[in-house]
Ligand binder design. Structure first.
Ligand code: 13P
Length: 252
């Protein structure tokens, strides 16, 4: 079953008191929400956010985790650490992690396997940069990222992965991919999943788009048939704006 999800990625923003205030305010604005709502917050906000979101329709996720169970990895957080405080979502392989922390597809694959084995839903980010798009090799790049990232995952396991197509040139730039760009890429991703697994898995995997999504363009984007939701950066930082964006799903 494809899930309808809108996730916010706060990146390195918000202190715990701001997170709590945000969640209380957002909850008031999304009473009739018809999709899963996830806020991926900084580690230091996780516990406060989970407590504040208890009993609401807001889910809390992390933005990264390590692939090993435990050990000498100064500064890192394990899947078990997330799971034991009830974190059930984690972003894996965001382009900013790839760019600033040298994350490779192989490493992302290890993280995915670990997240799945701990029953944490991974939101796998993939996407091409501007140069790759200019060269017309965007599909090749994205399909390679997916092929390596999903290596070793069974059909049952891959059904729990959420894939977010985030073209790097659209992140934080205000340049949204066209409906056609998104549609073509999401179709290409489903085709690749059907080759790697089967048509049933391909039709049931949840695909998101991310890159300059906001309250004004969300409705049109969310109409794309293969798109099951969005991963939102900047526009998820303001409760009023994010609330309006989320309500696009409940307006028929
Ligand atoms: P923006 O919505 O700010 O473009 O960021 C997208 C993103 O990186 C979400 O992970």
């Amino acid at each position: 079953m494809r899930r309808k999800i809108i996730a916010g990625n706060w990146k390195m923003n918000k202190l715990p008191n701001e997170a709590m205030e945000f969640i209380n305010s957002l909850q008031e604005r999304i009473k009739d929400i018809q999709c899963e709502v996830v806020l991926c917050v900084p580690y230091t906000d996780l516990f406060y956010s989970l407590l504040t979101a208890q009993g609401t329709s807001i889910n809390i996720g992390a933005q990264n985790m390590h692939w090993e169970e435990s050990g000498s990895y100064t500064g890192e957080i394990s899947a078990n650490m997330l799971k034991c405080i009830n974190v059930n979502y984690v972003i894996i392989g965001h382009s900013e992690r790839r760019k600033y922390f040298a994350e490779t597809d192989e490493l992302i694959n290890k993280k995915l396997i670990t997240a799945i084995s701990h029953e944490i839903t991974p939101i796998l980010c993939i996407g091409e940069n501007l140069k790759e798009r200019a060269l017309g090799i965007q599909e090749e790049i994205v399909l390679k990222q997916i092929t390596i990232a999903l290596q070793g995952l069974s059909k049952e396991q891959v059904k729990n992965v959420i894939i977010a197509y985030e073209p790097i040139w659209a992140i934080g730039t205000g340049k949204v991919a066209t409906k056609e760009d998104v549609n073509n890429m999401l179709k290409g991703i489903r085709k690749q999943i059907s080759i790697m697994y089967d048509e049933n898995v391909a039709q049931n995997i949840t695909l998101l788009y991310g890159g300059s999504v906001n309250k004004d363009n969300a409705k049109e984007l969310l109409n794309i048939p293969d798109m099951d939701g969005a991963l939102v950066g900047g526009a998820s930082l303001d409760a009023s704006e994010f609330g309006k964006l989320l309500n696009q799903y409940s307006i028929s």
